[in-house]
Write a new protein. Sequence first.
Length: 365
Amino acid sequence: MDLDTPCIPLGHILTYFNIAQKPDLDLGVDEQYEDARAVQLNKLMQVSKGLDHNEMFRKIGVDLSEGNIAGRYISTRQVLGLVEQSIEHIRMPYLGLFVGNIMTVSHHGYAGLLSISQPTLKECSQTTARLCRELFPALDMSVHEGDGLAWLAIDENVSLAPYTHYFMELNSISFYNIVCDLVGRDSELEPVAVEFSYPEPEWGHIYRRYFRCPVRFSCAQTRIIRKAGSADFELPLANRLLAMTAEKTLFQKIPTRAMQFLPLRLRHFLVRSYGALPSLERAASELGMSSRTFRRRLAEDGTTYQRELDVIRERFARGYFARGGQSVAELSELLGFSTAQAFSRAFKRWTGQSPSAFIKKPYNG
């Protein structure tokens, strides 16, 4: 998958351009917070006057008048073009934060309903991560636990520069608010910190206004962190039948194709194999093809097994250091390197820093 791979459902992207049309799902969100978001929504409608959505899509090569939206896909590059037009017109560099903070569960439609009807907060997080992989494969979400904490990590599958911050802002504040709505603003269950992998932008103070917890920048990974005990919190709207219905309806309305792309399937298999990363031959077998076919199909998608393995190794390494891990020898073994020195050379190639320099890097609180 690259910037020009058409794998993002057009119907999903249109959700963010129809934010004023909230589906009436009657999810019982606190009216106080609904009222506050309504004020912000009104502000967004004011500042976006004159923004012609049809023209915006035409500029990226998409004609919205051409037939059924379901079954149509656009590329990450086209989505970046929409973001660029929006930020330039509205003149709001923190647009991702602003839009994400407005969006309630209802704005996410059946995807939101599917997530919040899971039995526990952990399963809600896992479902959110799975839906991200299907609906917006340019990002990868994953759920982790360790050292008394639980967190949702957000990584890029392809570079979203220069608008990485937009996508991280929108998804992190949206997920943060959904969690807070579900747990009833319980301080023991709400996120305890939010970390971002990029330096603090000029509008960093706005992050601290929206997130009611410590916000840190220049961290090893972007993640929303909670106490581990919150993972088993039973959700008030848990309903297996409702979840099944929501999933069926969602993918009927917005069919996806992300998992048809071999590099993404490979990455997800590698993630599940942490601690025992497979050889090329084993990966090919697990994905149902010969090694020769596996190499050829990856080459057709502009990548190699080694390149995809390095993407996941770097992601694991950043996550390990984000959790406070400091043993290069232990991490080298987990990632399948022959020696700690071999890992250190690879890590410097990925990040431009040695592991020791990366660990010592001061994070902005």
